[in-house]
Design a protein around this ligand. Structure first.
Ligand SMILES: Cc1ncc(COP(=O)(O)O)c(C=O)c1O
Ligand SMILES: [Zn+2]
Length: 389
């Protein structure tokens, strides 16, 4: 393997042998580094000719001639949204519709990469705590790899998401509480059974899969970067992955622009990163009594808090919380006005765009990418219509 691991916090380095978890010195997440890889700009044309997120394999943790565990993830549309923008008085917005992934959310990307590496490292069975969509993706990619996965999810997770986990063969355990409680149960199960824990940022490769979000945006914008991205944030792998991608693209000379300003949006019912950002803190306090209809954002104590806060500040971005009512309402407006199937998390991105423009933080002329991180149908229990009919 022509890469190594570097701690995102204390800088410790380690070879990537076996099934790595977190930094052995400080317990913070690893970042994958590829010092020996070169990326001639001429390779961009070849990348364009390939398909799916593995088209970027020269930036990804694959050994030569290795076949990844894939379901065709990536290559999701980036769509203009003129009617939505006009209805809300927004400027040049683009919607990155991650609901089009094989498991209905951007979680496909990270789990394709993580399970590819874990199978190579000798994993036989997996365990994952989830706010919902990572459980669906873990079940699907474990099935694709012929492996078993136990999924710990909150009992309050939307029914359609739970049904998908079971449909893909996941061994689902429902718990009272939130993803943090599921994490404890998952780690206990890993210790007793030897299953590999796929938790967000507790293994290094989900970030690498999420990195393809940033690589793909750049390619879709003809190797330029947007002025800003708005990302509904829970555990933070998407934000961290994209930031890493933008840096790697600049280092390779594939893009020359400044990094986009990166904005986190959370729910007012669970906003640990927003609170820490506003207080000027370098790390976040766990949020007590977290609740939001955007189940993916119900992450009260993310392990990547320090790194996320650094990224938001380094890129001149920010963090804001929106109420569940606004995200539901705007998911409905977006879905009806554009035919894009917005999840509540996607609705949160729209709500954040409206608020950032109202505050003058974003200008109508800014090219802004809003993430719809998952498909709305996964949240539509018993025919619920987000934001009314
Ligand atoms: C639809 C959706 N959006 C956003 C998130 C948050 O993702 P991240 O962990 O990358 O911050 C999740 C996580 O479960 C999700 O399912
Ligand atoms: Zn460390």
């Amino acid at each position: 393997m022509d890469w190594h691991l570097e701690c995102s916090d204390c800088g410790t380095t380690s070879p990537p042998d076996g099934l790595p978890s977190v930094c052995t010195a400080c317990g913070r997440p690893w970042l994958v580094r590829y010092p020996d890889r070169t990326h001639p700009v001429t390779e961009r044309a070849e990348v364009r000719r390939r398909h799916g997120m593995w088209r970027y394999r020269s930036f990804l943790p694959l050994v030569p001639d290795e076949h990844p565990i894939t379901l065709g993830e990536g290559d999701t549309p980036m769509l203009g949204a003129p009617r939505l923008a006009a209805a809300l008085g927004l400027g040049a917005i683009l919607i990155k519709d991650e609901g089009c992934n094989p498991t209905g959310s951007f979680k496909s990307r990270g789990l394709s990469a993580a399970i590819t590496r874990a199978m190579h490292g000798g994993a036989k069975r997996f365990t994952v705590p989830t706010a919902g969509n990572a459980g669906v993706a873990s079940a699907a990619y474990a099935a694709r790899a012929g492996a078993h996965v136990r999924v710990f999810a909150p009992r309050t997770t939307p029914q359609a998401i739970l049904a998908q986990i079971v449909s893909f063969g996941g061994d689902l355990v429902l718990l009272d509480g939130h993803i943090g409680d599921c994490g404890k149960a998952s780690r206990a199960y890993a210790a007793e059974s030897g299953a590999m824990d796929l938790s967000t940022l507790r293994e290094p490769y989900r970030i690498e899969g999420k990195k393809t979000l940033g690589l793909e945006i750049a390619m879709q914008l003809n190797w330029t970067l947007p002025d800003a991205v708005i990302y509904p944030t829970g555990g933070g792998t998407g934000l961290i992955g994209m930031w890493k991608a933008f840096h790697e693209l600049r280092d390779a000379g594939w893009v020359t622009a400044d990094l986009p300003r990166m904005f986190t949006v959370q729910s007012t019912g669970c906003a640990p990163i927003v609170k820490a950002f506003n207080e000027g803190a370098v790390q976040a306090e766990p949020w007590s009594d977290p609740w939001t209809i955007a189940s993916g954002l119900r992450v009260p104590g993310p392990l990547g808090d320090k790194l996320m806060l650094k990224i938001l500040r380094e890129t001149g971005g920010g963090a804001l919380a929106v109420p569940d009512e606004a995200m539901s309402e705007l998911a409905g407006v977006g879905t009806r006005s554009e035919g894009i199937d917005f999840s509540p998390e996607g609705g949160a991105s729209i709500a954040a765009a409206v608020e950032l423009q109202r505050q003058g933080v974003l200008k109508p002329t800014d090219r802004v990418v809003l993430f719809n991180t998952g498909a709305g149908w996964l949240y539509r229990d018993a025919g619920t219509v987000l934001g009314g009919a």
